[in-house]
Design a protein around this ligand. Structure first.
Ligand SMILES: C[S@@+](CC[C@H](N)C(=O)[O-])C[C@H]1O[C@@H](n2cnc3c(N)ncnc32)[C@H](O)[C@@H]1O
Length: 215
């Protein structure tokens, strides 16, 4: 893929182009079993009817996991409809019908802001692409608007020792203190750990995984 050509395209086109070009299991962020997300989810005291929002879900296997575990209020959103279509294709018709699908840009959200009472906000490898202050603040204000009191926030981002770029885009690297500072004093850090994801090529991608709870 020629990333130079798409750097000037809109983010939606950028991500659509990537998802159209590659199978889900060829993406550098693909994981057969999203074990680190599952570990943090296990620390959330929720029931199967509670709303779980996967922000920038892409074609993530975390959604398969949630469906297979019997969660009944799953919302998958992404800027790329092609990504979500790939995920739907993998899930098949019946499981697809058990998920609510929203195509939206988290930096200019329209539909996501209509949500409320979210019990778990899950973001793996999305926030770190937001480099502009106004994009980060829009993300944060949306998170704060839709999450319920006592709700959980799982954010996984490239760690300080992680890659500086992904899929041709610069990223902002984080540690748990930076994420805690970003979310602010309304959120308590419950858990965090370093986790090295191995890309399909075998190369390492160090992440920081965090779990917060809204006070
Ligand atoms: C590295 S991928 C991670 C996908 C998924 N969370 C996973 O772990 O497999 C980043 C995802 O964020 C989505 N994304 C990027 N910018 C976005 C934005 N502004 N709003 C919503 N989704 C966005 C991309 O389309 C892509 O699916």
């Amino acid at each position: 893929m020629n990333y130079t050509n798409i750097m000037n395209a809109s983010m939606k086109e950028h991500w659509n182009e990537i998802y159209a070009a590659l199978d889900a299991d060829e993406l550098t962020w693909y994981e057969e079993i999203p074990e680190a997300s599952i570990k943090l989810l296990s620390g959330c005291h929720i029931n199967k009817n509670d709303p779980i929002l996967d922000v920038g879900a892409g074609a993530s296997t975390f959604v398969d996991y949630l469906v297979n575990q019997g969660f009944r209020n799953i919302i998958a959103t992404d800027i790329s409809e092609i990504a979500l279509d790939k995920l739907k294709e993998r899930l098949g018709k019946e499981k697809t019908s058990r998920v609510r699908w929203i195509v939206d840009d988290i930096t200019r959200p329209v539909h996501i802001r209509d949500l409320s009472d979210i019990a778990v906000w899950h973001d793996r490898a999305v926030l770190h692409f937001l480099l502009e202050e106004n994009e980060q603040q829009e993300y944060l204000s949306t998170l704060k608007k839709v999450i319920r009191k006592g709700g959980y926030v799982i954010i996984a981002a490239f760690s300080l020792k992680g890659a500086k770029k992904c899929s041709g885009l610069n990223v902002k690297n984080y540690d748990q203190d930076m994420l805690a500072g970003f979310l602010g004093e309304d959120f308590s850090l419950l858990d965090h750990f370093d986790y090295t994801h191995h890309m399909p090529s075998g190369g390492p991608r160090p992440y920081i995984y965090t779990l917060f709870q809204k006070n």
